[in-house]
Design a protein around this ligand. Structure first.
Ligand SMILES: [Zn+2]
Length: 566
């Protein structure tokens, strides 16, 4: 490709409308064009890069034995109502009507349609197992599209689905997919970690996320410094520090005027926050519940919501509290007949301070199971930096990242709700065991930019860069120089190194800046000064030093530098 003919225009200044670095640079490099909020067109350089990412994913999925399909996009809303997800997705799903007033949906994912498809083919255990996948456009009417290709309303995603007779088969396919993902991401040149994740709206049991580490990421993950424990913060557990058993004292009340926060109460009573109980009232759908946790910890609302199987979980408002005779700032489950969830951080043999359910009053010597009667005691605490690892003696730390892949063990959730059965060896109809798997193609492109970009622009890993080499041809007015530049261009291209040549009649400064901005791994400079020495200058995008090399070694040197590159 010749830059003089390339469709797309680099901008001298960074666009003001963007704040994420990948969004800024993709716009500045002329790679994407905004169609509407959260919808982008990919221009030639971005599309070239995305097609490479797709090819890598396709090759690894094929190698894992998955079969590629292409499902229809315009789906009936009916199949979403059947699975119950029409309601769960709510306004996030784009819906429309056809000319006959039939209700349709644009899929955010395809569990429903693929289950319907498979159901029409699979009859007996002989027809299983298999994995289907596709790379296709998905839609999500995000309330706040942001960050260019990171959170969009229309996006390309690889979605795969496995179908098995039993859990052992599902386990094999699940690990097969984890393996294929790891290989694909490594080939894309991006650094990811696999973390335990919450299953969210998709449902199901085990799930893992592949997180691309980047400070700009929306996801927080918790990692152990010592072992391989890693989890999304929505799911992460930690070791509750050991407790020294105490002699149990009788429950009594104590005046605590105007002391409503945990810090105020613990200061006032001169006790550690670990000996206080924080109680928070929530509305779990229409029911009020109390949640108690050790004073120094915070509630993980995702864990809580999952345990309650609630569609909606919000903090109780003043009116809700009043109805149940609860006093803000002095809440506790003591002497209250309200459903109470207690975190595992509360021990039986400790005298705690808890809210007195009266203005300016707290209980002291509150004892679990004597004064606080839980409906359930589970882990609902939020893991944080510095907490102890659940699996070893290491310390947890938190990092930011972008989710680029997700694997789920769905089990029989969808096959049951959509009656997708097979006949087992005894001739009994049995629900098909399912897994589902997704990779955000555009997120890999944007994520790689977030991970590697520097103050000069994009730094593409070699396998997903639109071109591996950029030839910067200076002195474009001199025919001899142009001739040599084109010879190198032809030589590299004919040897399988995709090369773009900057043959524009513009200044050296602009060409160097654009070569950096576009993030092409290798830059070769052809100029009068070098050609007089029968040489060219070569450097990688991440190095600051040009090397003067003889013309005849250009191919060999390019191959060598590229093989060592990201
Ligand atoms: Zn550990």
């Amino acid at each position: 490709m010749k830059m003089s003919q390339l469709f797309g225009r680099t901008l001298r200044d960074q666009p003001a409308e963007a704040d994420l670095i990948s969004h800024i640079l993709l716009l500045q490099a002329g790679m994407i064009h905004q169609v509407s909020t959260g919808v982008y067109s990919y221009l030639p350089l971005a599309w070239k890069s995305l097609k490479k990412i797709e090819s890598i994913i396709r090759e690894e999925m094929d190698a894992a034995g998955a079969q590629e399909v292409k499902l229809g996009i315009l789906q009936t809303r009916e199949i979403w109502q059947k699975s119950g997800r029409d309601e769960i997705y709510g306004p996030d799903m784009l819906r429309l009507k056809d000319r006959r007033d039939r209700e349709l949906a644009l899929p955010p994912t395809n569990e429903e349609l693929v289950t319907e498809t498979v159901k029409s083919v699979v009859q007996s255990y002989n027809d299983l197992p298999f994995i289907l996948y596709q790379i296709q456009t998905k839609f999500r009417d995000e309330p706040r599209p942001r960050g260019g290709l990171i959170r969009v309303r229309e996006f390309d995603m690889m979605d795969a689905y496995s179908f098995d007779t039993d859990e052992d088969g599902l386990d094999i396919n699940y690990h097969q997919m984890i393996n294929a993902y790891s290989k694909a991401f490594a080939r894309c040149g991006i650094k990811t970690v696999i973390v335990d994740a919450d299953s969210g709206a998709i449902g199901g049991k085990d799930s893992k996320e592949f997180i691309l580490l980047a400070d700009s990421g929306e996801d927080t993950i918790i990692l152990c410094s010592h072992c391989d424990y890693a989890a999304n913060d929505e799911k992460a557990s930690f070791k509750i520090s050991d407790n020294t058993p105490e002699a149990v004292q009788p429950l009594k009340t104590i005046d605590t005027p105007n002391q409503t926060t945990i810090e105020e109460v613990s200061d006032f009573l001169n006790i550690s926050t670990q000996k206080t109980i924080k109680t928070i009232a929530y509305m779990s759908d229409t029911e009020i519940i109390l949640v108690s946790i050790r004073g120094d910890l915070e509630i993980n609302e995702v864990k809580l919501k999952n345990f309650l199987k609630a569609n909606e979980l919000v903090l109780a408002n003043d009116e809700d509290l009043q109805k149940s005779n609860l006093i803000k700032g002095y809440l506790s489950p003591i002497n209250k007949e309200i459903k109470t969830i207690v975190d595992n951080s509360i021990f039986k043999d400790t005298n705690y301070c808890a809210g007195g359910n009266e203005f300016g009053v707290h209980f002291v010597n509150a004892i679990l199971d004597r004064d606080i009667i839980p409906t359930a005691q589970i882990d609902i605490a939020l893991a944080k930096d510095g907490f102890g690892c659940i699996n070893c003696s290491g310390t947890l730390s938190s990092k930011r990242g972008i989710e680029i892949g997700h694997v789920f063990k769905l089990g029989t959730t969808y096959s049951t709700s959509m009656s997708a059965n097979f006949l087992n060896q005894n001739g009994q109809p049995t629900p098909i065991m399912m897994g589902c798997y997704g990779i955000g193609v555009g997120r890999i492109l944007a994520g790689s930019i977030e991970q590697y970009a520097d103050d000069k622009g994009i730094v593409f890993p070699k396998n997903i860069a639109p071109y591996q080499v950029i030839i910067v041809s200076l002195n474009t007015d001199k025919e001899e120089i142009q001739k040599v530049a084109i010879e190198i261009y032809d030589l590299l291209n004919s040897n399988g190194i995709e090369t773009i040549i900057d043959d524009r009649n513009t200044s050296a400064g602009v060409k160097f800046n654009d070569a950096d901005l576009l993030g092409i791994p290798l830059r070769i400079v052809v100029s009068s000064r070098n050609i007089s020495k029968n040489s060219v200058e070569i450097k990688t995008r991440v190095s600051n030093e040009e090397e003067l090399i003889p013309l005849e070694s250009v191919l060999q040197k390019s191959n060598q530098l590229l093989s060592d590159y990201l």
